[in-house]
Design a protein around this ligand. Structure first.
Ligand code: P6P
Length: 336
């Protein structure tokens, strides 16, 4: 029987034994993310009313203007995760390097590292367009009880034990996977509870929506240009529909429900594209594959890429499997 209206808390408990290494810590970690999501949701929803819109006048390591809400979301997630004695390290888009968290209890050694994009799409904040939080969870690979090292963070995406996002949209949803499918929970703001609203989410195998910033068209590789023209041709079930919100989480979420492909290709302006492998592409790729979709850099499976730097960027093609395979065909053909 489908358990709609099951709360996120009930769902976590019921599925705890399916988690890899089910020692209850991963459940506590997902619960911590749930709490931080509610706190950030509260701030995002009132952003227009209090002085947290706009930029802080500082830039992050990406050289991007930090929005006040970016900084606030970053602080809330780090604070919540740090307090719960579950993680031994955190990496964030908003932090130059990773944060090492030593357990205050020498008998309880934390085993998980979390990588987050605390508020993705923040350029949309001041224009009231949806934004999101993306998270990615690994077990550490270095010796438990010792301080984390960069090696704990530079793991290929296929090692993730959990990943998900929060989309602060017309409603606030938390969507995540622990490697056993993808489930979506909608927040009832009146009582602050997430309810299972989208069980077992799947990408439709094909779709008719393509999401890409076509303002960069002339800078794209030829194969990507050819695919975009293919999407626009009057042929069969085409032309497709172009939808681009400028917020990865929102474009991904819509495409997973309706079918579609999201693309952030490399270009002559950005040789590795814009999206970061560790805390944007890997978690979204894990979700995509768990939802029967696909995620590649145009040639290789995202989850197989061995990271070399914390903030490295990769070209990103993600969504309905047949659409990702089609753009890969165009890219390969153009490179022959
Ligand atoms: P552009 C937001 O900054 C983000 O990382 C994604 O959420 C979004 O899809 C993309 O960048 C938008 O980038 O260059 O098209 O404005």
């Amino acid at each position: 029987m489908e358990k709609r209206n099951q709360t996120l808390g009930e769902f976590i408990i019921e599925n705890q034994n399916s988690f890899a290494y089910s020692t209850g810590e991963l459940s506590k970690l997902i619960n911590a993310i749930r709490l931080a999501a509610k706190v950030v949701n509260h701030e995002v929803n009132k952003a227009g009313l209090v002085d947290i819109l706009g930029a802080v006048g500082d830039t992050n390591i990406q050289g991007e203007d930090q929005q006040k809400l970016d900084v606030l979301a970053n602080e809330k997630f780090i604070q919540t995760l740090r307090k719960r004695e579950i993680v031994c390290g955190i990496a964030s888009e908003e932090e130059d390097s990773y944060i090492s968290i030593n357990s205050s209890d020498e008998n309880h050694q934390n085993k998980y590292v979390v990588l987050i994009d605390p508020l993705d799409g923040s350029s949309n904040i001041d224009v009231n367009v949806s934004v999101g939080t993306i998270f990615s969870i690994y077990r550490r690979v270095t010796k438990v009880g010792t301080p984390v090292t960069m090696e704990d963070f530079l793991q290929p995406g296929k090692n993730q034990v959990a990943a998900g996002y929060v989309v602060y949209g017309t409603s606030t949803m938390l969507v995540y996977t622990t490697g056993h499918g993808v489930n979506g929970f909608t927040l009832n703001p009146a009582i602050g509870t997430f309810y299972l609203s989208h069980p077992d989410m799947r990408f439709p195998k094909a779709g008719k929506i393509y999401s890409v910033n076509e303002g960069n068209y002339i800078h794209f590789p030829q194969g990507v240009k050819d695919y975009i023209k293919y999407c626009q041709m009057e042929e069969g079930n085409r032309p497709y529909t172009s939808r681009y919100i400028g917020s990865l989480v929102s474009d991904f979420h819509r495409n997973m429900i309706k079918g579609g492909i999201y693309m952030y290709p490399k270009s002559s302006k950005a040789n590795n594209g814009k999206l970061r492998l560790l805390y944007e592409c890997n978690p979204m790729a894990f979700l995509a594959e768990q939802a029967q979709g696909k995620a590649s850099d145009g040639h290789n499976r995202i989850l197989d890429i061995q990271p070399t730097e914390l903030h490295q960027r990769v070209p990103f093609f993600c969504g309905s499997r047949l659409m990702v395979e089609k753009v890969e065909e165009f890219i390969a053909e153009a490179e022959q």
